[in-house]
Write a protein that binds this ligand. Structure first.
Ligand SMILES: Nc1ncnc2c1ncn2[C@@H]1O[C@H](COP(=O)(O)OP(=O)(O)OP(=O)(O)O)[C@@H](O)[C@H]1O
Ligand SMILES: [Mg+2]
Length: 168
């Protein structure tokens, strides 16, 4: 597991980080997004969808828990969850939402800490904090994603983003 820390200075930069990760994301990847209201979890997911080549505009799934986004062939590619309204992990299981992890798509999950115990250990985890236009973003990912994240880093460094790896 690697943890990188970075800073986004605008909503566009957070979207671009999502886009860069969307370009390297593969089916069955799970990306968790934690951070307060307005942290930028949905903004990140909007970029993620764009990076995956999906043209629909991502909106917050707060009232529906999960929104599905299809590619142009109608194949579901991205499952965007917002578990804010679930009171506990049993709500998640009772609604059968854990079955999404077996579907061939990318899962992006806002407020994932509510369903912590249902989450696969093998996942990319972002936590976002900050205020005004600045967001400190911590990204942790299993070793198998290392090559992919070097690409993300390279892309984002061109956008002026700096990464700090406490392990380096
Ligand atoms: N660096 C930044 N990154 C992301 N968003 C930013 C940044 N700076 C300012 N913002 C603003 O913060 C807000 C982020 O909203 P967003 O809906 O993405 O948050 P969220 O984490 O999904 O919130 P919620 O918990 O309500 O779902 C937007 O209004 C955006 O313009
Ligand atoms: Mg949101």
């Amino acid at each position: 597991m690697t943890v990188w820390k970075t800073v986004s200075t605008s909503v566009e930069m957070t979207e671009k980080l999502g886009e860069a990760i969307g370009k390297v994301a593969a089916p069955f990847d799970v990306i968790t997004l934690d951070g307060d209201l307005g942290a930028g979890k949905t903004a990140f997911t909007r970029g993620l969808a764009r990076g995956m080549g999906l043209s629909s505009r991502v909106t917050s799934p707060t009232f529906t828990i999960v929104n599905e986004y299809n590619d142009q062939q109608g194949v579901p590619r991205l499952f965007h969850f917002d578990t804010y309204r679930l009171s506990c992990v049993d709500d998640f299981y009772d609604a059968g939402l854990d079955e999404y992890f077996d579907r061939e798509g990318v899962c992006a999950i806002e407020w994932s800490s509510v369903i912590e115990e249902a989450l696969p250990e093998d996942r990319i985890a972002l936590s976002i904090s900050g205020n005004d236009n600045t967001r400190e973003i911590s990204i942790s990912f299993p070793d198998r994603f290392y090559e992919a994240f070097l690409k993300v880093k390279e892309t984002m460094e061109k956008e002026g983003m700096r990464f700090e790896d406490p392990g380096m």
